[in-house]
Ligand binder design. Structure first.
Ligand SMILES: [Zn+2]
Length: 358
């Protein structure tokens, strides 16, 4: 959460944040974290916290001497995450890019299962901190099934689906998510890692996912992009210069209550950092509201209708021509059907009995 204080996160009704273990292990480091009694106390955050396994640094060169290679083991990952004190810790897994195929994928899956057992064994505070396994197996449905079965045997308090959002087609993405959620226990949280686009959150929730993490809302804010129900609003664009409405009229966040698109656009074009900060606040509020709407509609037994209305607004009233992510332009999985919806979304939702509105 770059550029946002813990107090602001509480005001935005955030209940859980994610800490990057690799960075925390380097700075401030395990000794300081043990000394102050964990990261909650160090940063004065009283709510939920999740840490990743630190896998970015499975094998990394020491930034201090530029030579020494440090190998992150399951035991070391647990030791650091125990020192950080997060409420949910992630196992160390062997991650392969979702575009890799062949025997390397199966090898990584079995290694992840062996490492899960080592993580459980090394976990020093099982009564205070939860440890989530990470389902691997690449884009191979057979391997995913084996991995889920093996990991469910370990009886964890929640499960993550890993190894996705790495450039695979959206059609493959939803089929893997769906294959995993079909087999995971219904009474435990399912966490799909690295997901954060609005349409992905809605689709994956329909497929049975409960938790997500993504840098997208705050990263895209730093590029001047505000998230809305009708797609992303690139506020730097000249068209907002004379636009005196808030980003979203029905949004109750500090930014929307206080400032106009015109003012935010001016800040961005003058490269004032407070502009990015204000958009980050709105984007987090947007994301929290989207997830709350999903939860409320499920509790009130009207989730399919919510999905239909959301998708209709998102794709049929889309902010004209300035909202598409360039990175997605060449993905065949992003094909748009005659009804205006991406084909993968129509297929994913129809697999759970939701038909989109014309
Ligand atoms: Zn707002």
């Amino acid at each position: 959460m770059k550029g946002v204080t813990t107090e602001q996160l509480e005001e935005l009704d955030c209940h859980i944040i994610l800490g990057n273990t690799y960075h925390l292990a380097l700075q401030p480091g395990k000794d300081l974290l043990n000394q102050v009694g964990g990261l909650h106390k160090f940063m004065n955050w009283k709510r939920g916290m999740l840490t990743d396994s630190g896998e970015d640094g499975v094998k990394f060169i020491s930034p201090f001497d530029g030579v020494t290679e440090t190998l992150l083991t399951p035991e070391h990952s647990m030791e650091i995450q125990n020192a950080i004190g997060a409420d949910i810790m992630m196992q160390l897994d062997d991650v392969v890019s979702s575009l890799v195929t062949g025997p390397r994928v199966e090898e990584a899956m079995w290694r992840s299962i062996r490492w899960l057992d080592r993580c459980f064994k090394a976990h020093a505070k099982p009564k205070e901190q939860n440890l989530f396994p990470i389902i691997q197996g690449g884009l191979d449905l057979r391997l995913r099934k084996i991995c889920v079965e093996e990991m469910v045997k370990r009886d964890a308090n929640g499960y993550a689906i890993g190894g996705l959002s790495g450039g695979e087609s959206k059609d493959t993405f939803w089929r893997i998510v769906s294959a995993c959620t079909d087999l995971l226990p219904k009474d435990k949280p399912r966490y799909c890692m690295g997901v954060g686009y609005s349409e992905d959150l809605v689709v994956c929730s329909a497929l049975g996912v409960d938790m997500y993490d993504c840098v997208f809302p705050t990263r895209t804010a730093r590029f001047g992009s505000a998230l809305t129900r009708r797609g992303a609003m690139k506020l730097k664009n000249q068209i907002y210069e004379m636009d005196h409405l808030p980003i979203e009229e029905d949004c109750t966040c500090y930014t929307c209550k206080t400032h106009t698109r015109s003012y935010l656009s001016r800040l961005l074009r003058q490269k004032e950092t407070v502009g990015c900060h204000l958009i980050s606040i709105h984007n987090i509020a947007y994301q929290m509201r989207l997830m709350k709407d999903i939860r409320d509609s499920i509790e009130q037994d009207r989730f399919p209708a919510f999905v239909q209305q959301f998708m209709k607004k998102y794709y049929h009233e889309r902010i004209a021509s300035i909202s598409e992510d360039e990175e997605n332009q060449n993905d065949p999985g992003k094909a748009i059907g005659a009804d205006g919806y991406p084909v993968w979304i129509t297929n994913a939702l129809s697999s759970v009995g939701i038909t989109l509105l014309k």
